[in-house]
Design a binder for this molecule. Structure first.
Ligand code: XMP
Length: 315
């Protein structure tokens, strides 16, 4: 793939298509940041980047991204919508339903922002696997990625998706070419921690998941810096599953939750192999999670399933 040519074509396509104002759904991941930078090259200050804090972000994420966006020469706005998302998801157990609701709420927030700024276009960082796995290429629907299947049929905003035909490694090459600092960042699903807390969501459970996920990321990144592992996995995170087990806290019986640690190697997320991590690293993760989360987590397990037959996320 000729990266420079791709960027030129997409900038020129966006310049001719986007006649007025546009907003871009910016998550801070490599896909949406790359899409934002391309369209911003085409239409400059007619683009407003909107980052929605859904309440399902990773620990410290909003603060981190605030600093990163400030360096990107983009008009951007952070919308705190966590109450809206939590309320809409109350009591919802099914993963597909969660994704659809989250997709709809994202669009509602963006439509409101678009109206306020007079935008007619919505730029998204959708990439090929998002719509392929959502059943867009006549395959069976595996997961309705929120940015594809969550879109309402009567949406007024016109979509601009410059990365639609690319796979992740190609997007990273484009991002490197554009000098985007998050080019090597691991993928994070748009619905965020909402699909890493299995089943019904409570604020307390999302907090447990957020802490556990941060520990997994910190320990794996530290192991990479200290050369205990030779490369970072494609993705590495924690999921909170609704299984309780008996544990001991001091001398007292505890009956806590289960955290699954997942780390996989992949090229494009279409297939994946579980990463073989040193026992020492797994033990550090487990000890830190149980120390930090006390009686609420009594078991930490490592997922040794490839994709297929599993998927990368648990929901
Ligand atoms: P799965 O779990 O299907 O995930 O193997 C493949 C890749 O997609 C990410 N993922 C999502 N990304 N919206 C997204 O933007 C979603 O609803 C979603 N679900 C999964 C996942 O993290 C992995 O990188």
């Amino acid at each position: 793939m000729d990266v420079q040519k791709f960027v030129e074509e997409q900038v020129s396509d966006a310049s001719s298509r986007v006649t007025g104002r546009a907003i871009v759904a910016l998550s801070g991941g490599v896909d949406s940041t790359t899409a934002a930078v391309i369209v911003s090259r085409a239409i400059g200050s007619r683009l407003l980047a909107v980052y929605v804090d859904t309440g399902f972000m990773r620990k410290g994420e909003t603060e981190k991204l605030n600093a990163m966006f400030s360096g990107l020469n983009l008009n951007f706005k952070i919308v705190n919508a966590s109450d809206i998302f939590f309320e809409a998801l109350e009591g919802v157990e099914d993963a597909e339903q969660k994704r659809t609701i989250i997709g709809r709420k994202f669009i509602e927030v963006f439509e409101k922002e678009a109206e306020a700024t007079g935008a007619e276009y919505l730029v998204q960082g959708t990439i090929a696997p998002d719509w392929i796995e959502s059943g867009g290429a006549l395959r069976d629907r595996i997961k309705s990625h929120h940015n594809v299947a969550g879109l309402p049929s009567d949406m007024k905003l016109k979509l601009v998706e410059p990365l639609r035909d690319l796979y992740k490694d190609e997007v990273r090459a484009v991002a490197r070419h554009l000098g985007i600092s998050v080019s090597e960042r691991q993928p994070f699903p748009g619905p965020g921690l909402a699909v890493r807390v299995l089943g019904k969501l409570t604020r307390g459970d999302v907090e447990i998941e957020r802490e556990a996920c941060a520990i997994v990321e910190e320990e794996i990144e530290k192991a990479f810096e200290e050369k205990l592992i030779s490369s970072l996995p494609w993705q590495y995170f924690a999921a909170l599953i609704p299984v309780r087990s008996v544990g001991v806290q001091g001398d007292v019986r505890a009956y806590g939750r289960t955290i699954v640690v997942r780390a996989v190697a992949s090229k494009d997320a279409m297939t994946a192999r579980f990463s073989v991590l040193p026992h020492e690293l797994l033990e550090n993760i487990s000890t830190r999670i149980t120390n930090r989360l006390g009686a609420s987590v009594t078991r930490v397990v490592y997922d040794i399933t490839n994709k297929p037959p599993a998927t990368i996320e648990w929901e």
